[in-house]
Design a protein around this ligand. Structure first.
Ligand SMILES: Nc1nc2c(ncn2[C@@H]2O[C@H](COP(=O)(O)OP(=O)(O)OP(=O)(O)O)[C@@H](O)[C@H]2O)c(=O)[nH]1
Ligand SMILES: [Mg+2]
Length: 505
């Protein structure tokens, strides 16, 4: 046991050393060069109260010496030098003429490695006027060895300097793009490294299993796995795979929260689908008319329902038709309904009240939609009904049990419908982001793909009796996890990811 442990330690050390060298190797391969010092405006371009200019790289200290001068007040005070991680009020001056003040602002100096990028870094908070910002940027450009940063280059440097892993970088990108509370909650946890730490813990556990396998090779007489020696390794492997499978089997909660819950509004023509979309979007996105068959194509709007990101699609009314264009609309509507996470089936309550059955209203083939999970039925045009005291009883009596009674015209049932949609989304996909005790779900298809590969290799590892194959499967499983966190072979992913970042991040 102690032997296995010492082998584990040596393997883990080798893995850690390799990880470091891989990071540095990538760093030099990128062509950016560690010698460059970069700068950029990190806040939004345009007029604002304050703008933040960031500098990172080995020449940062020299750039500050040339660019930052004490204010008159600071000159008389003791300790006027820039101190690490302290905000100092300073004059930002022209490097070629320190008497020419460009602006007065706050300067912060972060000597590496205790900075965002892991390098020497500085932040200048200046007044957010266009002329001020451009004069500071031009002054930085005149200092030798400094150049404007590429999109996402600060964060790229943080990644290469092991300040964060790839999942954390993706979390930062998601945080910047987050539009709803649920997206923000998910992204902030990922940006703090929570997901990456979990994958690294699993990778460490696989490395431990590899150490166990090495022990079995050392002490086994033949190159076959000896039952007694590897019983613990196999048991630990089973436990690990179970944990990983539970992570994979998450109903795509994280991916749905990140990209938005896709909702399709479907139902017969003229039931008020487009009216509902316009109400949800709070603007006239789709054409509404009393003519049945108005909507032909898919009309889409992105919104926030109770803090959850939602992409709603209005669709053509479902009915048999000889019109080729309308038939294509119906085909697209059914496809949208199939692929949606949540379906809202809108029916005309007045038609049900007039004696049509739900079957008449929906048509035979389309009733199948109602039986799909994650489907809410909305009986619209409730204003056309005689007084209904008990909406649930009314829906049961008219063959649409559980339907929400709504009038888009008078807004009767509107708040209840929104509450119901939010509750359904929270219950189906939303728990992990809201509850910090829950494990973070997979947030990208990229993670899912590598995670699935890892589980496949682990499954094959557990099935084989051949020690060489077993070790190979473990190595491949660890490498798959390494691809999620960016430890192995991710240059192509990085280029795609950082191109989505803004300059200055
Ligand atoms: N009385 C009443 N009329 C409504 C209500 N909601 C929508 N309407 C009317 O019903 C008609 C059809 O509305 P739309 O929103 O275009 O219906 P649709 O389901 O999108 O129709 P198609 O695009 O043809 O499939 C319009 O005249 C709307 O003003 C409601 O709650 N009450
Ligand atoms: Mg319509």
């Amino acid at each position: 046991m102690s032997c296995a442990l010492s082998i584990y330690t040596s393997v883990a050390r080798r893995v850690a050393a390799r990880r470091f060298s891989l990071s540095r190797q990538r760093w030099y391969q990128t062509g950016y060069g560690a010698a460059d010092t970069i700068y950029a405006l990190s806040t939004h371009p345009g007029k604002s109260a304050i703008a933040v200019v960031r500098i990172s790289g080995p020449q940062t200290g020299r750039a500050l010496q040339l660019l930052v001068a004490p204010t008159k007040k600071a000159e008389s005070a003791a300790g006027r030098q820039l101190r690490a991680r302290r905000a100092v009020l300073a004059r930002i001056v022209d490097p070629s003429d320190s008497s020419s003040t460009l602006d007065t602002g706050v300067c912060m100096w972060f000597p590496g490695p205790r900075s965002y990028t892991g390098e020497d870094m500085a932040e200048l908070q200046v007044h957010g006027g266009t002329a001020v910002v451009s004069s500071v940027l031009q002054a930085l450009g005149r200092i030798q060895g400094l150049r404007l940063a590429e999109a996402g280059e600060f964060t790229r440097r943080a990644l290469y300097n092991d300040k964060m892993d790839l999942t954390a970088v993706e979390g930062v990108a998601d945080l910047i793009n987050a539009e709803t509370e649920a997206q923000r909650r998910l992204a902030v946890r990922q940006a703090q490294g929570e997901l990456g730490q979990m994958y690294e813990r699993w990778r460490g556990a696989i490395v431990g299993l590899m150490a166990g396998m090495e022990a079995s090779i050392d002490f086994g007489e033949e190159e076959n796995i000896e039952d007694g020696v590897v019983a613990d390794v196999v048991a630990a492997g089973h436990e690990l795979v179970q944990e990983m499978r539970a992570h994979l089997d998450d109903a795509r909660r994280g991916e749905i929260m990140r990209s938005g819950v896709s909702v399709a509004i479907v139902g017969p023509p003229n039931s008020g689908k487009s009216t509902l979309l316009n109400l949800l979007a709070q603007r006239q996105v789709a054409i509404v008319s009393a003519v049945a068959g108005t909507t032909r194509d898919i009309v889409e709007a992105t919104l926030d329902v109770g803090g959850f990101p939602v992409v709603v699609r209005d669709t053509a009314g479902l009915r048999p038709t000889g019109d080729a264009v309308e038939a294509e609309g119906v085909r697209r509507a059914l496809a949208a309904a199939q692929s949606a996470d949540l379906r809202i089936c809108v029916v005309d309550a007045s038609r049900l009240a007039a004696g049509d059955t739900a079957g008449d209203v929906f048509g035979g083939a389309w009733r199948a939609l109602l039986r799909q999970p994650h489907t809410l039925v909305v009986a619209n045009k409730a204003d056309l009904l005689a007084d209904v005291d008990d909406a649930d009883a009314w829906a049961r009596a008219h063959g649409v049990a559980g339907a929400a009674l709504l009038s888009c015209a008078t807004r009767r049932g509107w708040d209840a419908l929104l509450r119901r949609m939010a509750a359904h989304i929270r219950h189906a996909w939303g728990t992990a982001d809201a509850d910090a005790r829950c494990r973070l779900p997979l947030t990208r298809a990229r993670h899912r793909q590598h995670m699935q590969r890892c589980v496949d290799h682990m499954t094959r590892f557990l099935a084989t009796r051949d020690v060489v194959l077993a070790a190979e499967e473990l190595r491949a499983a660890a490498a798959a996890l390494g691809r999620i966190t960016g430890r192995t072979g991710t240059e192509d992913v990085l280029d795609a990811l950082f191109s989505q970042f803004c300059i200055g991040k």
